[in-house]
Write a protein that binds this ligand. Sequence first.
Ligand code: KG4
Ligand code: ZN
Length: 342
Amino acid sequence: MLYLSIESSCDETAVAVVESPDGCDEFKILSNVIASQVDVHAKFGGVVPEIASRAHIEAISSLTYKALSDASVTPEQIDRVAVTTEPGLIGALLVGVNFAKGFAFSYNKPLLGVNHIKGHVAANYLCGKVDTPFVAFVASGGHTSIIKASSYTDFETVGRTLDDAVGEAFDKIGRRMGLSYPCGAEMDKLAANGDPKAFKLPAVHMKDGSYNFSLSGLKTYIINLLNTAEMKGEQINREDVCASLTKVICDSVIYQIDRVLKENGIKTLLAAGGVLANSHLRAALTEYCGKHGVTLRMPPLSLCGDNGAMIAAAAKYEYEAGACSDMSLDGKPSSKDDWKSY
Ligand code: KG4
Ligand code: ZN
């Protein structure tokens, strides 16, 4: 089966052609192309939704035909079309959804809307069979979720951020330190040379018995620290800030993941999302899982950020479970927590 999959929920237009036989867990990524808008948004210090929508419109048609030509596949040969429908920037989502609808209608192909967070988790399916049930941890620029999954398609969100996402906290603190958007990758490098104990920072996990996170207090705390130092004419070591910030995030993530795994008797963890490119978080999760006999799956760095192939992987199992969309398919800025009936 050949999937054409489209992702446009934020600031990357991404299209992939992925081959996967029905009833089998093997995938071949024939093409996976991305038109990044990072440079366009960098001068504003974050994503400008209207500019993102326009840039998607400009990119999507030629990018789709590039994905097809890189895969040496014609539109007629595509078996199924998949597209991210939620959650994300509504104007950006609608570009992908309407293009996918047009493509599916013109070539008379089945169409399926895919949840973006499910897509991030599915980046792991591309790398081999996964044991179920599993716990998934997704951290990106817009989302921070802990999910209990009883199968590849039945997901229940059990924890989330109540305010800023992990990537958003990195980006906003990084911007205050004068780094260029998106700041996560550069902060990862700075943290490697800093002292993680230089600043005593507040934890980001909720202490109310939930599996939730709250990052806005930490973000404000660090921005105040930077503002106060600037007012006093003092220098703050950026490496130390990044190392301390990364450590407190890693500690809180491990704290909540440990609780979810133990309280639900689950021994498999799938981590995903742009922030999982973070070398310190990858090392912390690897160390934790090694010590606790938990099987850890993380996508390679090339599949952590937004991409089209992960949407195809999620769509495959949804199609095989009987899901299909029609021409009333629409984008949605937010998503529900219980995806059983998706
Ligand atoms: O998944 P993604 O590409 O897009 C969204 O769905 O949001 O994630 C982008 C986020 C940005 O906030 C970026 O700063 C963060 O991932 N990121 C990182 C690293 N690489 C990207 N955060 C921490 N460390 C990294 N190495
Ligand atoms: Zn994403």
